[in-house]
Design a protein around this ligand. Structure first.
Ligand code: BGC
Length: 733
């Protein structure tokens, strides 16, 4: 978008106390009791609370019968039980959990209700395991498509991320556990995450990166936050007073606890800056803190405050006695049903030239090709995974639904990426495996239709390192071209948690779906969509660019970064004979500012392969009768939506706003509201979306605060950011 220059009088800036009408945190009920408990505590007892006791617990107040806090790794399933002081499995036979679809899959549902259910499911399983706080949701903005944890995170858009994060939070906390929002803040890459120093403008930080955290605190009353590994503007997140105290506590009213990411604490200063618990060890907030307190380097008042916050959470979450935990199997049918529902609403139909839903009368011999058809995704790579009670793979799902109606045969097609070369930082693109390819081509040639199950696995998309490319790995592009040469009837299923370069797939496959890392029930949900038992209704939570180089951080040359070490670091390395990573100086320049994701592509007129919000159905929807009503509270958007197809289907109605008369530099348009709606065939429904006035806020550098620009706004309502069906004008009052 080219910014239009408008005389300054065209709009008025109104300062707002955005989001402040929020009721007091439920954590504030216990203050008197806490005062009493603390009056009986020694300094040693207080400090004992401020660091890990075991890998996933921190100490209570044993002398007063106050239980430890038990943490459960999330965010997409309760991690298996480990030995107290290692990452080794405890080998329990009751800790197999439900593998919920990962973050980007949940985000593709664009469903506040499903996010709430998801949180509930996670909480129920955490409680069966005796856990108090779930280390999730993971809610960083997907800045670069290669980001190793893109699959855990929700969206490139702050509103979509905020709504889902808030609902996940409410779902967890209504069901007896606490959340721990992670990773606060600006942990948008995995390479160099332990020391990279994010340089970001205040406006981009406030408008793009912080809202999911802010909304989960303000509207969801989140009780826990995890400080990220990286630095923000010179300070590690775990000791960043601006983030942990000024913004989180003083501005947003957070009353809970901040724990460090594992090994992400760097000094005793953290306690004063706002960190409650060093996890998992006690290098800084143990004896060193005690010594610092006694030497008067750290104030006792700060430690008292941290202990108070810990006790609030401890008293708000009912402890579960050890003998009542892990008695029953973690994964249970009601949670498995939630995992199915999320998966079934997340699958995105990118393209459909007639092959879907499958016509089994016409296509009797079906070839399922690709290792991802049999690959489970609960575990893999580095970091938290789920020891799933079961996981239905795409092939199992397809066999269960149509194995008795068609002749289904499988060929592996490409080699499995195992992650062996991940640390050599090479791309897992690789040449195709000739033998596997020949076998697959032969099967495709004798079949009526090919379901090509492509994409990544959890060894490619992983915590701890970013991908180096978004090309499909293991020679999949070559393979699909070879398949298409012998059989043009190809449905490609892309198993991925992040954007992929699908130019080749799009060219040779008449139909393409994205089925994510879709959890325990992923294969069943996928098969139900392929055969047409349900209509696809997922929408992309991020843009699929044409190519990686189009991404703003790449286009501006600020990602990936090059590591340079100062002389001092070299000295330290020589002396210590090891790489002291903490001393590496590396800045991440967020030069694209607020133009993240679709905001950039639209602003710069860069064509994309599949736009933000895109997702087709087996029916068409007709949009009509848009009306916009503006009040001092916000804007009410109303429209009629008609399902003109032959089956019941869901649509996600998306509302974007642009401010043609703005005095600010702004994106072409921004998501301001959305709603998932179910519509029966032939039925028309009235859809009302209330957009709160705060949604229109922007960060005003002049006053260093939020403001709302009053005046004209254009509303664009449609089925994706690039498929706008209705447009109207209204005023922001
Ligand atoms: C991850 C966190 C995780 C923690 C405990 C860290 O490496 O960044 O997300 O919760 O480990 O497993």
């Amino acid at each position: 978008m080219k910014k239009k220059l408008i005389p300054a009088f065209a709009s008025v800036l109104l300062l707002c106390a955005c989001g402040t009408e929020v009721k007091e945190s439920a954590l504030m009920k216990y203050e008197d009791r806490i005062t009493e408990i603390m009056s009986k505590m020694t300094l040693e007892e207080k400090v004992a609370m401020l660091h890990g006791k075991h890998m996933f617990s921190s100490e209570g107040v044993p002398a007063q019968g106050i239980a430890d806090i038990e943490y459960a790794d999330g965010p997409f399933g309760i991690r298996e039980e480990m030995e107290p002081h290692s990452w080794n499995s405890a080998h329990l036979d009751t800790d197999s959990a439900t593998f919920f679809p990962t973050g980007s899959a949940l985000a593709a549902t664009w469903s506040a209700d499903l996010a709430r259910e998801y949180g509930k499911g996670m909480a129920i399983e955490a409680r069966l395991r005796g856990k108090d706080m779930i280390l999730g949701p993971a809610i960083n903005i997907q800045r670069v498509p290669v980001g190793g944890r893109t699959y855990e995170y929700f969206s490139e858009d702050p509103l979509l991320s905020s709504v889902l994060a808030t609902e996940y939070t409410l779902g967890v906390q209504e069901n007896g556990a606490a959340v721990c929002l992670k990773h606060y803040a600006l942990n948008n890459q995995e390479d160099h995450r332990g020391y990279v120093d994010v340089q970001v403008s205040e406006r981009a930080m406030r408008e793009i990166y912080l809202p999911p955290f802010e909304m989960s605190v303000r509207k969801g009353d989140a009780w826990g936050v995890m400080a990220a590994y990286n630095k923000v503007r010179g300070y590690w997140c775990s000791e960043n007073k601006e983030l942990l105290t000024d913004i989180l506590r003083d501005e947003w009213g957070f009353k809970g606890i901040v724990i460090s990411d594992w090994g992400g604490t760097h000094s005793v200063r953290a306690a004063e800056a706002g960190l409650n618990v060093e996890m998992p060890g006690s290098s800084f907030l143990g004896q060193a803190l005690l010594d610092s307190l006694k030497a008067g380097v750290v104030s006792e008042e700060a430690v008292d405050q941290r202990v108070r916050e810990l006790l609030r959470v401890r008293l708000a979450v009912e402890p579960i006695p050890a003998e009542k935990a892990n008695v029953q199997m973690t994964s249970q049918p009601p949670q498995q049903k939630i995992a199915y529902d999320v998966a079934a609403h997340s699958v995105v139909l990118l393209k459909n030239e007639g092959l879907l839903p499958l016509d089994l009368g016409k296509h009797r011999k079906i070839a399922v090709i690709g290792h991802n058809a049999v690959q489970t995704q609960g575990l893999g790579g580095v970091g938290a995974g789920v020891k799933a009670l079961y996981e239905v793979t795409p092939l199992e799902g397809i066999m269960a639904k149509i194995g008795d109606k068609a002749e289904v045969k499988y060929a592996q097609g490409y080699a499995r990426y195992t992650g062996m070369d991940r640390h050599r930082r090479v791309n897992p693109i690789c040449e195709p495996d000739k033998e596997l390819m020949e076998e697959a081509v032969a099967l495709a040639a004798e079949s009526d239709l090919v379901i090509f199950v492509a994409g990544n696995n959890r060894d490619i998309e992983t915590e701890g390192s970013d991908r180096k490319s978004i090309m499909l790995p293991m020679g999949q592009d070559e393979l699909v071209k070879a398949l298409a040469a012998v059989n043009p009837n190809i449905v490609t299923v892309v198993v991925t948690g992040a954007p992929a370069d699908l130019r080749v797939v799009k060219e040779v496959s008449p139909s393409v779906v994205v089925s994510w890392f879709n959890g325990t029930e992923g294969g069943n949900a996928l098969a139900d969509i392929l055969v047409g038992n349900i209509a696809p209704s997922g929408k992309l939570p991020f843009t699929f660019p044409m190519q990686l180089e189009d991404n703003p951080a790449y286009a501006l040359g600020v990602f990936p970064q090059v590591v340079e070490r100062s002389n001092e670091d070299v000295f330290v390395n020589l002396v210590n004979r090891r790489r002291d990573r903490r001393r590496i100086k590396l800045e991440a320049d967020y030069a694209e500012d607020i133009f993240v994701g679709y905001r950039w592509y639209e602003h710069k007129d860069v064509p994309v392969l599949y736009p933000f919000g895109h997702g087709l159905s087996y029916v068409d929807f007709d949009y009509s009768s848009l009306s916009l009503k503006s009040t001092s509270k916000g804007v009410k958007v109303s429209l009629d939506l008609t399902n003109t197809g032959k089956m019941e289907a869901d649509e996600v109605v998306q509302v974007y706003a642009s401010r043609p008369e703005s005095a600010l530099t702004r994106p072409e348009k921004e998501l301001v509201g959305f709603k998932r709606v179910s519509v029966k065939p032939g039925e028309s429904v009235n859809v009302v979306i209330d957009i709160d006035r705060d949604t229109f806020r922007h960060w005003d550098d002049a006053t260093d605060g939020w403001a709302v620009e009053t005046g004209a706004a254009e509303f664009h309502v449609g089925s994706s950011s690039d498929d706008i069906r209705l447009t109207g004008q209204s005023q922001i009052k």
